[in-house]
Design a protein around this ligand. Structure first.
Ligand code: NAD
Length: 492
């Protein structure tokens, strides 16, 4: 861990600054329900300071003043440091959000992969020459958008930060990272690594704080782009606040992802992936398989087997190596999950597994992996994002019905289908309304693959070169190569 990290400070303009109000965020370990650490909390004065520092960087020594190769080298260094400190960063995140340590260790390795990809991509993104007229030299320059506010959720802080930092820094933007108030700690540690990597002052700033800090950044005229991952309600509020200066907005929001199993699928494969996709990260994943549609002839068998596998998942402390899934991240998240279980029961869905606090875990925000059968796809249980370990298995009778049920949602992040019929695979994939459709696998997220949502699941795409372009403004430059005097437009 970098020597310079100060969890009681904000990281602004390359300095470790005491928060203006002196306030600290108390971070709670969700398995003990006790405060385990305190982290500095920003206010409006700190937001002003961070925006000024980021503006100074992007208009000074950073941004257009650097070469893509330099920016790539800094990102590669940051990737190396994240990998060096992976264990410590993972311990921090597990403590903050309750994810099993082996999962957070894996996320740090993946964050390193993401940063490395964008390090390598930094000098491979070019403008183009446009030969629209023989006497005109026309070309485009891809320039940084400017100051980017990266507003983060709590479920995978450093991994999701790497999705934003990578392309934003590779293209020369200055970034203000605003972690979730539930998981502020690892982002402060990441600030120290950015400092150690050698980014110039103001290129990376970290402002832990609540929704008010996010709202101030979204409304601030000195911020050029908001790159947000979180809930759809917050995205709507950001879009309204950002309208004042027509900020560029990119939103990665939630989902209610359909997982469609045809009777001709390899059911054992589908079951293994279904149980992981529904319950890994305690279901606190934007792409969780929260609606599982199964063709009628294999429905009963599939639902029973899924429930049996769900009931074998070991729930426990994030630091117990035997744990499969940990607690929910917060009391609020646990309450939300429990309220949807109650809604499912009230609406007459059949509880096949879970539904209550696990035996023997009296403290901590724990809930059992829960499987409902026979829910109505129009019910709140099947329509609203729960972000907890709850899935609903529902039958279908035809391909058309499966597609119509899958698309009957206001979300459109991820969809998956399982079949051995290759023609059907492509036919159905073409008709699912989501940013990612997988066949005989589920949510294969990769730094080279565009990721993002249709409908209320988001706006824009992260990852790959598409993400890099999204952090640039395209400037067209046109040079007249002729020397002939143009006609006087107002002459006789
Ligand atoms: P959230 O919307 O409650 O909060 C996200 C961030 O926004 C936090 O940092 C919060 O402080 C900030 N915020 C709150 N109010 C704000 C405002 N008015 N203006 C600006 N910022 C504000 O979401 P969450 O509970 O932290 O995260 C869970 C959500 O994130 C789920 O919906 C999940 O699906 C989504 N998510 C999506 C992806 C994806 O890649 N699509 C990945 C992870 C999580």
């Amino acid at each position: 861990m970098s020597e310079s990290v100060r969890f009681d400070r904000l990281f602004i303009g390359g300095e470790w600054v005491a928060p203006h109000s002196g306030a600290q965020i108390s971070s709670i370990d969700p398995s003990t329900e006790e405060v385990w650490t305190q982290v500095a909390m920003a206010d409006a004065v700190d937001v002003e300071a961070a925006v000024s520092a980021a503006r100074a960087a992007v208009e000074g020594k950073w941004g257009r003043a650097t070469s893509p190769t330099q920016r790539g080298a800094l990102l590669a260094k940051l990737a190396e440091l994240v990998r060096r400190d992976a264990k410590r960063l993972a311990e921090i995140e597990s403590r903050d959000n309750g994810k099993p340590l082996k999962d957070t260790v894996g996320e740090m390795a993946r964050a390193g992969d993401w940063l490395n990809f964008f390090a390598g991509a930094a000098d491979k993104l070019n403008g183009e020459q446009i030969p629209y007229h023989p006497d005109m030299l026309a070309y485009t320059r891809l320039e940084p958008v400017g100051v980017v506010a990266a507003i983060m959720p709590w479920n995978s802080p450093i991994l999701l930060a790497s999705w934003k930092l990578g392309p934003a820094l590779a293209t020369g933007n200055a970034v203000i990272l605003k972690p979730s108030e539930y998981t502020p700690t690892s982002m402060v540690a990441l600030a120290a690594l950015a400092e150690e990597a050698g980014f110039p002052p103001g290129a990376v700033n970290v402002l832990p704080g609540g929704g008010d800090v996010g709202a101030m950044l979204a409304a601030h005229p000195g911020v050029n782009k908001v790159s947000f991952t979180g809930s759809q309600g917050t995205a709507t509020r950001i879009m309204q606040a950002a309208a004042g200066n027509l900020k560029r907005c990119a939103f990665e929001c939630g989902g209610k992802s359909p997982f469609i199993v045809f009777a001709d699928a390899d059911l054992e494969r589908a079951l293994r992936i279904a149980v992981g996709s529904a319950f890994r990260s305690t279901g606190q994943s934007c792409s969780a398989a929260s609606r599982i549609f199964v063709e009628r002839p294999v429905y009963e068998q599939f639902a029973a087997s899924l429930a049996e596998r769900a009931s074998r998942i070991r729930v426990g402390s994030q630091f117990d190596p035997l744990t499969h899934i940990g607690p929910q991240t917060s009391q609020m998240q646990l309450d939300k999950t429990q309220s949807y279980i109650a809604l499912g029961l009230e609406a007459g869905a059949e509880l096949l597994a879970g539904g209550k606090r696990p035996d023997g875990l009296e403290r901590g925000y724990y809930i059992e992996p829960t499987v409902f059968a026979g829910a109505d796809n129009r019910s709140r249980l099947a329509q609203e994002e729960i972000f907890g370990p709850v899935t609903a298995v529902m039958p279908f009778d035809s391909e058309d019905e499966a597609i119509s049920l899958a698309n009957d949602t206001s979300y459109g992040l991820v969809g998956g289908l399982w079949t051995s019929d290759v023609t059907r695979a492509h036919r159905v994939a073409a008709r699912i309304d989501s940013g990612l459709v997988s066949v005989n696998t589920f949510r294969p997220v990769h730094y080279m693959l565009p990721y993002g949502g249709y409908k209320l699941s988001g706006l824009g795409r992260e990852n790959g070169f598409e993400a890099m372009r999204a952090f640039t403004e395209t400037k067209a430059v046109v040079v007249d190569l002729t020397t002939a005097m143009p006609a006087d437009p107002f002459g006789d």
